[in-house]
Design a protein around this ligand. Structure first.
Ligand SMILES: NC(=O)C1=CN([C@@H]2O[C@H](COP(=O)(O)OP(=O)(O)OC[C@H]3O[C@@H](n4cnc5c(N)ncnc54)[C@H](OP(=O)(O)O)[C@@H]3O)[C@@H](O)[C@H]2O)C=CC1
Ligand SMILES: CC(=O)N[C@@H](CCC(=O)OP(=O)(O)O)C(=O)O
Length: 342
């Protein structure tokens, strides 16, 4: 099969990572690459690691440039996807890396993003119960946020098996690429190097309602989620620590059994052997998520730790995984589980 794919936002981090993965995908031919302020620029000037297409010139992000492809990846800022996505025909598979179509509740969209809610599309986390079936043959896919991916996968098996109470606390440390390429004051080298900081504290980060949506769907009851993001001095990766009160009588064996049942057959989510704890470098550049669990008997809480590459399984890898499902290809085509260490 040969599939043509365009990328809107190819000058950015997420679009660049989609392109990196598509360059290694045996069934995809890379079509138009677009940008915003960098339209007209050579790709090689902005993404020097993507050598095979260094001389490609980035086009304007318009419907005309994107139409006519089998697949269009949108890697644009929030609010920029809806108009283009709605104008592309149903014969095109549209995979949106942004947030525009992730939330089902217009009230939550309004509260955390503001402005009009564009709607919701099949959510691109195939590892959630029943979700893979919705993604097979889908024409529109909303790729999850990076923190929601790793936080949801860290605790979903326990929530789904009623091993914990529906009261989840997430603390997750992210590398700086999660914030995108555009220069921001708190991301200047001297602010980031040798520094760890909290932000979006107190339930105000826009990924909170997305984690709530995911875990509530898995639990079948509303799940309360407290989420604190941290910024740490590395370029890629997220390490999430997720805690929840254990239901009486639940022990580590029951927890590990639930995680094994959920993930043993998954190509990208791996429960580590007992005693081995996830670290971000094990998943860098790969589509893998590594998870470990413990029972803290003194406080009767589940502690789950998970890592993801925010740009790979946290965005672009998930986008390609979902494209594979939408097109009826093997889900793992063009994706690796091999990390990059040290
Ligand atoms: N970084 C991450 O870890 C993750 C990112 N995402 C999502 O992916 C999307 C892209 O994020 P990211 O790559 O990090 O951001 P970047 O800032 O790195 O890239 C943004 C891209 O969008 C283009 N762009 C900006 N404004 C416009 C516009 N008005 N019209 C057309 N193109 C425009 C930019 O082009 P130019 O530079 O030429 O102006 C650039 O190509 C966002 O929705 C983000 O939420 C999702 C999960 C994780
Ligand atoms: C470190 C950092 O700043 N991370 C970003 C999350 C990026 C991401 O995955 O999210 P969206 O696709 O929803 O933008 C943030 O906290 O806003």
């Amino acid at each position: 099969m040969s599939v043509s794919a365009a990328i809107a936002g190819a000058s950015g981090y997420a679009g660049g990572e989609v392109l990196r993965l598509l360059l290694g995908h045996p069934d995809v031919e890379v079509g138009t690459l677009t940008a915003g302020s960098n339209a007209g620029e050579r790709l090689g000037a902005l993404q020097p690691h993507l050598l095979p297409l260094a001389d490609r010139v980035l086009a304007d992000t318009t419907l005309d440039q994107l139409a006519g492809h089998d697949v269009v990846f949108l890697a644009l800022p929030h609010g920029q996807s809806a108009a283009i996505a709605q104008a592309l025909g149903d014969d095109t598979v549209v995979v949106d890396c942004g947030a525009d179509f992730r939330l089902t509740d217009p009230g939550e969209w309004q509260a955390f993003y503001g402005g009009e809610h564009a709607g919701s599309w099949p959510y691109g986390l195939p590892e959630l119960p029943g979700q893979r079936e919705l993604l097979r043959g889908a024409r529109r896919i909303a790729v999850p946020g990076c923190y929601p991916t790793v936080s949801t996968l860290a605790v979903a098996p326990a929530v789904g098996a009623d091993l914990v109470r529906p009261d989840v606390t997430v603390v997750a440390a992210s590398g700086t690429s999660g914030a995108g390429k555009a220069a921001k004051a708190h991301l200047l080298g001297s602010e980031v190097m040798g520094n760890a900081s909290a932000y979006g504290v107190g339930g105000v980060h826009r990924h909170t309602p997305e984690i709530v949506q995911n875990l509530s769907a898995v639990a079948g009851v509303p799940v309360s989620v407290g989420f604190t993001p941290l910024l740490v001095p590395m370029s890629r990766g997220i390490l999430a620590t997720v805690q929840a009160p254990l239901v009486d009588g639940v022990d580590l064996a029951a927890v590990r059994e639930a995680y094994a049942a959920a993930y043993d057959h998954e190509p990208f989510v791996h429960l580590l052997p007992e005693g081995q704890w996830p670290q971000t470098q094990s998943v860098l550049g790969s589509n893998a998520v590594q998870v470990q669990v413990a029972v803290d008997e003194r406080v009767r809480r589940l502690v789950a730790v998970a890592v993801v590459d925010n740009l790979a399984k946290g965005t672009a890898g998930a986008a390609v995984q979902c494209m594979n499902l939408a097109l009826g290809l093997d889900e793992a085509t063009g994706l690796s589980t091999i990390g990059l260490a040290p």
